[in-house]
Design a protein around this ligand. Sequence first.
Ligand code: BGC
Length: 560
Amino acid sequence: MNRSGNDSTSQPQSDSPDSTTGGNPVPWWRRGVVYQVYVRSYADSNGDGTGDINGLRSRLPYLAELGIDAIWVNPWYKSPLTDGGYDVADYREIEERYGHIDDAFAMIAEAHELGIKLITDLVPNHTSDQHAWFQEAISSPPGHPSRDRYHIRPGKGPDGSEPPTNWVSVFGGSAWKRLDDGEWFLHLFNEHQPDLNWTNPEVRAEFESILEFWLDNGADGFRVDVAHGLAKDPAFPDDEEVAVLLASATRPDHPFWDRDELHQIVRDWRAILDSYEGDRMMVAEAWVNSQDRLALYLRPDEYHQSFNFDFLQTEWRAPDIRAAIVDAVTNAAAVGSTPTWVLSNHDVVRHPTRLGLPLDTDWRSWLLDGPHDILDADLGARRARAAALLMLSLPGSTYIYQGEELGLPEVWDLPLDVLDDPVWEQSNHQSKGRDGCRVPIPWTRDGESFGFGDGPGWLPQPASFGELSAEAQAGDPASSLELHRAAIALRATHLVHDEELTMLDTDDHIVAFRRGSGVEVWVNLSGAPIELPAGDVLLRSVAGATGPLGVDEAAWVLPA
Ligand code: BGC
């Protein structure tokens, strides 16, 4: 193991000078732009319809040109892909449809050469049922020590034919499945994702070793999946609260969400990260019910950051947006962290579509239930451009989901027979699931899958993807791609040297603040154009616009 930081794939710290800390360097992750890659849908190098690591490697120059600081790769490990790779069969091997472990190492090294960090996804709450541990557990008799790595228990009722608890899976249906020998195993997600038992010392030791494996091979950080779910109530009580997709606990004594015991696990991981040179980091996917509870994950010996999903879930109303910003900035500062900003990811409806729906529409159910004619796609696209300028101007780090820079909308009308997300089946066809945000990326105007690969992709793309492709947008100053490139470049020169934000006193329907550099950010959510302050307009979300700031438009201004 090399903890000296001298291995060839480790990057030197990419520090930025800092006006708020008197010029002291700050770690890259505090203010970075992180680009999320869902490998399966990014770029297909061998024409089999599935994206792969070599496809991603071929797009690294594009990402460098975009100006990002880091890539977060969704799980790329060996997996039957019953939940898009969040069902890991081997944490030290790459799924063969995506390539080989050497491709992953090469990709990390090439990214580092371009100055791009690599965050890999850690999935500690559950494995795949194809993982060697689960196979050993189910081929061993009840009581065998291999069963203790999972939650495998006798059922209730005289013949044990009822599940051990009434817990409901996040994807729908009982969270327990019965084995042939009569015992039951817990799966908070799909039935191919058995939950690990984190009270078992072997589980803890194995994950520490997995962390070391990826750190030794150049990983700069981990995005930790279902960080709020690792600990379960050892009494296994029944519970009335149903687990819903991306659920969060609504009270402190929940039997499986956000339990206090999980924090010791995190501290042990943090000690490992801290023993490596370079700024290695962990970001938690923790859905918890209050900022006070979230702060516990961000104590100095726990996670470096946590995703802030409030921003994503905030409606396009100025007072709501202002509150979400102030809360996130204040709460992160209180624990010495910086906020994270997310508008889209592989689990939610893409925001150009969300923002084109009437306020307060339940976008998850709208996918299936409609009515679909309430969508105003042009309005959504306009707001998405303004939202991009808003997000990229905020202090902290920004997570961009692949295709977001192209302004891709949700493909909400995927035919039902192509759906792959387990949510569709497990919800008894009540919820369409997350495939619509996972449609392969269009790289070129033409071609069977618009340059994603040589043949059709694993999900069909709409014809409109041709004109949204990277090729069609590159060089067009009015495009979403060029807006993102310009914003990320200006962010690097004007917005990452401090973490200060002062809200400006404005009309209720406007979001306006000043950053430490003096740059003012204005977003107009009122029904009429507004005057901008005098000064240099650095960027506007409507290309070529001049004069007053239009409705649903954003601007960065350096006041005179
Ligand atoms: C991931 C989902 C996944 C689930 C189970 C989530 O938090 O983002 O895509 O289905 O964890 O691993």
